[in-house]
Design a protein around this ligand. Structure first.
Ligand code: ADP
Ligand code: MG
Length: 505
């Protein structure tokens, strides 16, 4: 069997990836590799070819309990947040970033195989951004400070300290498997917590590989634990466990509601980074060449499988046809293919058959409500028929009230709609339960600032789309989430503030 039996046009599977896929994959608990207690496993597949990649343990409530005990024991021992100096903690986090960088080709192949994304993108975007995330937070352990407070009581000294929350359950999605994990792990570590990571069942591989890098970096056992498993079992048990102090979640709004309900009994701290239906507005005075490219990649980047996808496109009426023609040309030239093929495509498949059916359902719904897919709108067959490929799709003739315009699709589908004036489009842009990101394209400074102030979203992009940085806070207004990840704001999600009073007079 050449190249592990993957399609002939695949790049060579790295020996390390080969060995990893063929190894007996286990949960990582308390510094040890263990099978699930029940012995249950599940399969993870390559969405480009449908091929089975590996079997991984399916963690259940008893495995969650074991992981919580291990993380708790490490936390209570102070091995991470008390016995290591801030500088040593920073050094370990930095070393992890170095390891992610040197192992980037392996991590990229694992994420490409598991998620379908082009391996080149995983190598050039996901892996370096993940490393950068750890580097940014490596600087924080020595800078997390409290304050001395000028209280009114005479003879009394009051100060604050910031302490880790404790054991954090981090539940992440499949769209950027390594990066979404890094977004949560890095600030949680910097703040001194012990972690249980639950990757998405669609993409469990890079999380397990990351645990090896934690070992190699020399973290104390039990600081970082990984449970592969399903949301309804492993995820739900983490949320309900009284020994978990905090849940950090990225995923869908519907699962977030379940998590909030299930966290009520233990009154758990929960932060949520959820979906969106982000408005992207192009004014007639914009640099249209830039706007057309920007709006194209705002939706089709990562196949629309981004919580910030620019899926509601509002185009000023006088330039509607021009922009649409430009975007249609762009979209028609996007090369869709298998994530690991030697001739690298721009986009891979969507993550799973289930997701493909969901997206196709929205496309059908858009059509039956009177919309037209002027570009795309079909599943791709031919030599891609074994995977889950959908054409980049642009809808016109749709109304704000339609399901396809209102609901998050999480696929390569954009709704293009004309607007006439600024007040109208501002109102329409904000008329959504979501508020993760919003963008506009204009050369007018006043419009830019006015919209930056009045659009209800955690991130505003003006004449650009998709920029993020470890140092800049990210998160949602309204039903797009609770709390801010990245930047110093993320440290708030993973720390408690203690106020200390001392009678000195
Ligand atoms: P998506 O719709 O992007 O697949 P989900 O919200 O379904 O996102 O899943 C995101 C993460 O949440 C995954 O790791 C998944 O296993 C987990 N998850 C799903 N259901 C639950 C649940 N009931 N409790 C905890 N975690 C869950
Ligand atoms: Mg998979």
């Amino acid at each position: 069997m050449t190249n592990l039996g993957f399609p002939e046009n695949y790049v060579e599977i790295l020996p390390e990836v080969r060995a990893f896929l063929q190894s007996d994959l286990k949960l990582h608990i308390g510094g040890r590799w263990v099978p699930s207690i029940s012995g249950e496993t599940f399969e993870t597949h390559d969405p480009s070819s449908g091929r089975l990649l590996a079997r991984v343990p399916s963690a259940q409530a008893d495995d969650v309990d074991a992981a919580v005990r291990a993380a708790r024991a490490t936390f209570d021992s102070g091995a991470w947040h008390l016995k290591l100096s801030p500088s040593d903690r920073g050094r370990l986090i930095w070393r992890l970033a170095d390891l992610i960088e040197t192992h980037a080709p392996i991590l990229a192949q694992l994420d490409s195989l598991d998620n379908g994304k082009p391996v080149k993108k995983a190598q050039q975007v996901d892996a370096p951004l993940s490393a950068e995330h750890f580097r940014y937070y490596a600087g924080w352990p020595s800078k997390i400070e409290g304050a001395t407070i000028p209280v009114n009581t005479p003879g009394t000294f009051n100060y604050t300290v910031r302490e880790p929350v404790g054991v954090c359950g981090l539940i992440v999605p499949w769209n950027y498997p390594l990066l979404m994990a890094a977004w949560k792990i890095a600030p949680a570590l910097a703040a001194g917590n012990c972690i249980i990571l639950k990757p998405a069942e669609q993409t469990p591989l890079s999380a397990l590989y990351l645990a090896r890098l934690f070992e190699e970096a020399g973290f104390p056992a039990g600081v970082f634990n990984v449970l592969t498993g399903f949301g309804e079992t492993a995820g739900a048990a983490l949320v309900a466990h009284p020994g978990v102090d905090k849940i950090g979640f990225t995923g869908s709004a519907s699962v977030a509601r379940t998590i909030l309900r299930n966290s009520a009994d233990t009154l758990k701290r929960v932060s949520l980074e959820l979906g969106g239906k982000s408005p992207n507005i192009i004014f007639a005075d914009a640099d249209l060449e830039q706007a057309v490219i920007g709006a194209t990649w705002a939706i089709f980047g990562n196949n629309g499988q981004s919580c910030t996808a620019g899926s509601r496109l509002y185009i000023q009426r006088s330039i509607f046809d021009r922009v649409l023609t430009g975007m249609s040309d762009q979209a028609a030239n996007i090369r869709v293919g298998m994530g690991m093929q030697t001739d690298q495509p721009d986009l891979g498949p969507v993550v799973s058959m289930e997701q493909m059916h969901t997206i196709m359902g929205y496309i059908e719904d858009g059509r039956s409500s009177g919309g037209q897919a002027v570009v795309g709108g079909q599943r791709i067959g031919g030599n891609l028929a074994n995977g889950y490929f959908i054409e980049p799709t642009i809808f016109t003739g749709v109304q704000d009230s339609m399901k396809i315009v209102r609901e998050e699709i999480f696929g390569p589908v954009v709704c293009a709609m004309p607007f006439d004036d600024a007040d109208e489009v501002l109102h329409r842009a904000n008329e959504t339960p979501y508020g993760l990101a919003a963008g506009l394209w204009t050369r007018d400074l006043q419009t830019a600032h006015r919209f930056a102030a009045r659009m209800q979203a955690g991130t505003i992009w003006i004449n650009t789309w998709g920029d993020t940085d470890a140092a800049s806070p990210f998160g949602g207004y309204k039903q797009s989430g609770h709390g801010r990840e990245m930047g110093k704001e993320a440290l708030d999600l993973y720390s408690e503030v203690k106020s200390v009073w001392i009678r000195v007079g």
